[in-house]
Every structure is written in C-alpha cells, then in structure tokens.
Design a protein around this ligand. Structure first.
Ligand code: NCD
Length: 310
C-alpha cells in the first residue's frame, strides 16, 4: 500500500507526473469530473485547518467522489482514549483513501502501519506537510517555470514550521538551489534538517536575522506564521510574533520577479498592503492546493487498485 508521509516519498519522476497531472487538471477540469466516482476520502483532522481540509474535500468532490470525516479531535473517539492505530483499522473499511492531520509528529506514519488504504499526511506537528509542499512546488513550477538555480528565502518560524521543513526537503533535490534562512535565534531551523538535508546535500545556505538585508538576493520569499500553538509559553510567543512584517517598503528592495509565498493562515507577518503587489502569490498558491490534491488522490487510488482510474 502506497502512503505519502513525507514529500520525498515521491521520486522525482513521480513528482513530475503529479505536477503535470495537476497542470492538466487546471486546463481540463471536466475531463476528471468522474475520475473518483463512488470513491470515498476520509479526512481525520485532529488539529485545526481551513485550507488543507477544505481543499482535500473540494478536490475529492471535483473528482466525483465523496468525503467523510471529522475536523477536530474533540468530535472523535480520540477524547475517549482510542489510539490512532485502532481508528485507522476501522476507517480502512469505511473509506478508500485517508488524509490525516495530527499534532503529534509521526502520527500519520503510525496510522500508515495499520492501514489497508493509502494514508496522506496532512500535517504532523512541527514535522512535515507534504501536500502543502506539492502545492508550493506546483506554484513555483507554474509561475517560475523551474526549480533549478533558485535562491529561496524562508522567513519567520523555521523551528516549528512544518511547511518549511517539507519544502526544504523537496527543493534540496534540485541543482543550483540556495537557501537563505531568516529567523530570530530562538526560531532557527532544527539541526536535524541542517545536518541531514541541507549539509548532507551540500546546498549553499546561510542563517541570518535581517529580512531587509537578504530580500534583494531572493527569487522566492517564503513567509511563515509564528506557530503560537507549538510554543511552551505565551511570553516567548508574544516576544517573537512580530519579529518580521513584510510591507511595501521591504518589497521595494526585492527583485521585480521575486515571488512571495505563504502557506497561510497569515496573522500579521505580511501587511495587507502587500496583497496588491503583483509579486504576492499566496492566494494563487492556495488555489493550486485543490488541483495538486486532486492529482495526488487520483495517483494514489490508481496505484492502490493497480489500474488506471482516469
Ligand atoms: C500551515 C500548517 O498547517 O502547517 N497551514 C496550511 O496547512 N496551509 C501553516 C500554518 O499553520 O501556519
């Protein structure tokens, strides 16, 4: 059974297939409107979500399938103490494919060990968020036309931001990529990512504090929210939450074709005045999330059934 727990679970050629299929869906959505007829997607969300859950649901509905699930741990048997292993054993007989978001790192992986249907990690704690990464990659492919030779700045909460961890892993597979890691000392990228991904692949990178000083060299600026829910104390969160605010003045220092991405939700790290800048692509990025999830659901179901369903 094929699962997607980390973005690098897909080989580069499978990723190409996913992104090409996503682009074909954008061009010919009608062609796919019955691709998952009679198939069911379960969405098990133990943590809050707007875009990820609703874009998964929208994706399955666009494919002619249906959706069942829950949107908070409180409304599931988790509150009664049920393990994720037991939950997924049961859900495997209710649905054909399942997306799981969980506050604990590794929970979707544990689920995959007990599942007879494909599991998609929809975000596990501060660890990984592969479908956001596929969304980010589709956005970059569509708007920049390449992954190679890009200088990508990640700004904000690089410690807890799972979207950052996943995207670094995925972009590290392309030649000529450079990373500029912009954060306060307390929110630096975890050392396991620095050692096992960035340094292991000899990717040029630097860790800096100033957004103003680094923005001129970037091809992509990936802004992130400071992850309040993952802090141990509120005081630290309050002290760090407004470290970076991207505004028009800072955008004046950037390249004319730099893309501003953000997985959303935004709090106040991007001033609303930036929304009208043609380089601000975060709402377009959120739109791409539906297409890439449609493609992923199709490819996983196709593989689990050993036949083409589209
Ligand atoms: C992100 C997440 O949940 O990790 N949101 C998303 O899925 N689009 C980022 C965040 O919550 O800040």
């Amino acid at each position: 059974m094929r699962h997607v727990i980390s973005p690098t679970d897909l080989t580069l050629s499978e990723l190409d297939e996913l992104l090409n299929l996503s682009e074909d869906i954008i061009k010919n959505p009608k062609k796919y409107s019955e691709a998952c007829h009679r198939k069911k997607l379960a969405t098990l969300f133990y943590e809050p979500s707007t875009r990820t859950r609703l874009s998964f649901e929208s994706a399955m509905l666009n494919l002619g399938g249906s959706v069942l699930g829950f949107s908070s741990a409180d409304s599931s048997s988790a509150v009664k103490g049920e393990s994720i292993a037991d939950t997924i054993r049961v859900i495997s007989s209710y649905a054909d494919i399942c997306a799981i978001r969980h506050p604990k790192e590794g929970a979707p992986y544990v689920a995959s060990q007990h599942s007879s249907i494909p599991i998609i990690n929809a975000g596990d704690g501060g660890h990984n968020h592969p479908t956001q990464t596929f969304t980010d990659l589709l956005t970059i492919k569509n708007l920049k036309g390449r992954f190679e030779n890009l200088t990508v700045g990640f700004c904000g909460d690089l410690k807890f931001g799972r979207t950052v961890h996943s995207l670094i892993g995925a972009l590290s597979r392309y030649a000529g990529v450079k990373f500029v890691l912009i954060s306060p000392d307390e929110l630096k990228i975890p050392s396991y990512i620095k050692e096992e991904v960035i340094k292991a692949r000899n990717i040029p990178y630097k860790e800096v504090r100033s957004l103003e000083e680094s923005i001129p060299e970037l091809d992509i600026l990936y802004m992130t929210r400071v992850q309040r829910e993952r802090f141990f104390n509120e005081e630290d969160y309050i002290r760090l939450k407004d470290t970076y605010i991207l505004n028009s003045k800072k955008m004046d220092l950037a390249k004319e074709d730099m893309l501003v991405l953000h997985p959303l939700p935004r709090v106040n790290e991007i001033s609303v005045e930036v929304d009208n800048d043609p380089r601000a692509k975060y709402f377009k990025q959120a739109e791409f999330g539906v297409y890439v999830r449609m493609a992923l659901i199709m490819l996983l179901l196709r593989e689990s059934e050993g036949r083409s369903i589209c």
